[in-house]
Ligand binder design. Structure first.
Ligand SMILES: [Zn+2]
Length: 95
């Protein structure tokens, strides 16, 4: 079963199976996204849902790191090129 996971520290959101327990951006623990942010048959989270989740759950988190949050896309881009397929072979897609 595909589930969405998010990181409370940098705001990374992944679609994955059960193996995605750690954020592939900053290494912090990843948490399942509450059902209210996505529908049963969604294959991706809509932009406004991602934004809402980040406003409500990430930016209010005690471990939120604004610097990482802002650099997330750059970090992911460089990681994807380097090690993505080695360390996260079961990840279906991330955004
Ligand atoms: Zn993270």
């Amino acid at each position: 079963m595909v589930t969405f996971y998010y990181c409370k520290r940098c705001g990374r959101i992944c679609i994955s199976d059960e193996s995605c327990k750690k954020c592939d951006c900053c290494g912090a623990a990843a948490y399942p996204v509450p059902q209210k942010y996505w529908d049963e048959d969604d294959v991706i989270m809509r932009d406004e849902q991602q934004k809402l989740l980040r406003e409500e759950l990430v930016k209010t988190s005690p471990v939120f790191d604004e610097d990482l949050f802002n650099r997330r896309d750059d970090i992911i881009t460089s990681q994807v090129n380097r090690v993505f397929h080695v360390y996260y072979p079961s990840t279906i897609s991330c955004f």
